[in-house]
Design a protein around this ligand. Structure first.
Ligand code: DX5
Ligand code: ZN
Length: 231
């Protein structure tokens, strides 16, 4: 029998929030039931964009007790694990395509007392990380090419997500299958139907409308989608 899954969780991506009123955005989303916050760290090498460093993570840490999910889009994640853990990260997610052996990085993350995740770009096959699937707290299937908020969801990653969920279940893992990029009330259904349990949402939370309404719509759609298997 497959192990029990984790509950569905929504993690607003602060990259889409107003940096001039960040604490306010965090409080608003927390008040509206955000389960965690997702922070996108970009180094201008691994992705063609720069975002923010540990000082901002620290500021968010001071603003909320919710778990902070740190998505490291950096070429040399090993250099930054301790820094982002000390800044307040609860989960550290490294990219399979970055420098460093995933197994070693995951061990280092665990040794720092954090949860450990690996992210796959849309064009990276699941078998790239076959050997470490059983050691993950989170498998992040990117549904856009990392670098920017507000891109369109890539449905071609859904079969990989489903396979990832199936492999995790076979291994008896309770890891979250996470999706990040282009999630809206429409696309989040399919993500949930493919077995995702952790949903990173940027523009669909912060780029228009009321944050509480946006989160409620996303949560409802995810719950509905979870009842209908995709692929
Ligand atoms: C993209 C980031 C995402 C991004 C999501 O590189 O990893 O977390 O902020 O934003 P949306 O939901 O707008 O695609
Ligand atoms: Zn992200």
């Amino acid at each position: 029998m497959a192990p029990p899954r984790r509950a569905l969780r929504l993690a607003p991506s602060l990259l889409s929030a107003d940096f001039g009123a960040l604490a306010q955005a965090v409080h608003e989303a927390e008040g509206a039931g955000a389960d965690a916050f997702h922070l996108d760290v970009m180094d201008g090498h691994f992705v063609p964009n720069l975002s923010f460093g540990p000082a901002l993570v620290q500021a968010v840490r001071a603003a909320t007790a919710r778990p902070l999910d740190i998505h490291l889009m950096v070429q040399h994640p090993q250099k930054y694990l301790k820094i982002f853990r000390e800044a307040g990260g609860d989960t550290l997610v490294v990219h399979a395509e970055a420098e460093g052996e995933p197994r070693t990085l995951l061990r280092e993350i665990r040794d720092l007392g954090a949860e450990a995740g690996v992210a796959l770009r849309p064009d990276t096959p699941l078998d790239r990380i076959d050997g470490v699937l059983g050691e993950l707290d989170q498998l992040l299937i990117m549904s856009v090419f990392p670098g920017f908020s507000g891109q369109g969801f890539r449905p071609e990653v859904l079969p990989k997500a489903r396979r990832g969920r199936r492999r995790l279940d076979e291994l008896g893992s309770r890891a979250d299958l996470s999706m990040d990029g282009g999630l809206t009330p429409e696309t989040i259904r399919d993500a949930a139907g493919a077995g995702a349990t952790f949903f990173v949402c940027g523009n669909s939370v912060f780029a228009g409308g009321d944050v509480a309404d946006n989160l409620a719509r996303l949560r409802r759609a995810a719950a509905e989608g979870a009842l209908h298997e995709v692929f």
